[in-house]
Design a protein around this ligand. Structure first.
Ligand code: SAM
Length: 262
């Protein structure tokens, strides 16, 4: 329901809260086809290492021959929120094997279409479901997932507290929530370089490769507006997560937050 008078950040702009989602949707409709290529170009392939760290933290039980797993003998089910083109889901399935299933939910049909095609190419379309939906109103029953993740997605969601509460609701007791997101670089020297790269090189790359400099300007600006790691950890605690912790990677370019439903 629209909240009259409330505003929020869309990059460096202030916009009415109820307008943000449509603006974000325009960004991802525009870049969907080039999204994965741009990730590699912008990060020099580093996003793969960050995502590997996330999948290692998810630690899906490995299937053993005969269908048994080293931890439990039932299916491990991941929900990846704002999962876009399915990168986290596909990596988790590759790591866990036959006993792992994933559901990707994303508000953007174009991003999901790229993900569906990737899953089919890899022959894992039976193991992953792509669902169009909003992180703020997840269409899933309470306590239905073993792990819930969101990678580079939460800063795009207008009502972050609502999305965190939803992630907590759908997680089973004993399940882990992991959030991978760009963060704040605190290393002297690296911060200046990172700012130069972010505000000059990335929009230029966005223009050359995805045909949309503004979309990538928004992505860079939205990173600067996202709460610092401790503030985000506190938001997770407020949403009900326990044992909240985080690790910063690559000089603080990204942070991986973890919390549990106990
Ligand atoms: N998680 C993917 C990855 O790591 O490659 C995609 C991240 S992409 C930067 C952000 C994604 O968030 C987009 O696919 C966008 O459509 C999605 N998104 C934005 N707002 C959303 C919302 N309210 N609910 C669900 N997905 C949302």
């Amino acid at each position: 329901m629209p909240q009259a008078g409330k505003s929020t950040d869309f990059g460096f702009e202030r916009v009415p809260l109820e307008d943000k989602q449509a603006l974000v949707d325009d960004v991802f409709h525009s870049v969907a086809r080039r999204y994965d290529l741009m990730n590699d170009l912008m990060s020099g392939g580093l996003h793969r290492a960050w995502k590997d760290a996330l999948v290692t933290a998810i630690n899906p039980p490995k299937a053993r021959p005969g269908g048994h797993t080293d931890k439990i003998e039932r299916t491990f089910h991941l929900l990846d929120i704002a999962g876009g083109t399915g990168d986290i889901a596909l990596r988790t399935i590759a790591a866990g094997g036959a006993s792992t299933r994933a559901t990707v939910i994303d508000i953007n049909a174009d991003m999901l279409a790229v993900g569906r095609a990737r899953a089919a190419e890899r022959g894992v379309d039976d193991a992953v479901a792509f669902v169009e939906g909003n992180a703020e109103t997840l269409p899933f029953p309470a306590r239905s997932y073993d792990a819930v993740t969101i990678a580079f997605g939460i800063r795009n969601v207008p009502r972050i507290e609502t999305a965190l509460a939803e992630a907590h609701r759908v997680l089973r007791f004993g399940g882990q929530f992991l959030c991978l997101e760009f963060s704040a670089v605190d290393v002297p020297g690296l911060d200046t370089l990172y700012d130069f790269y972010s505000f000059n090189v990335i929009p230029a790359l966005g223009s050359a490769v995805a045909g949309d400099a503004d979309a990538y300007r928004y992505l860079v600006e939205s990173i600067r507006r996202f709460p610092r790691p401790e503030a985000f950890a506190e938001m997770m605690r407020c949403a009900g997560f326990a044992r909240v912790s985080y690790q910063r990677m690559s000089g603080g370019i990204v942070a991986l937050h973890s919390g549990w439903r106990l």
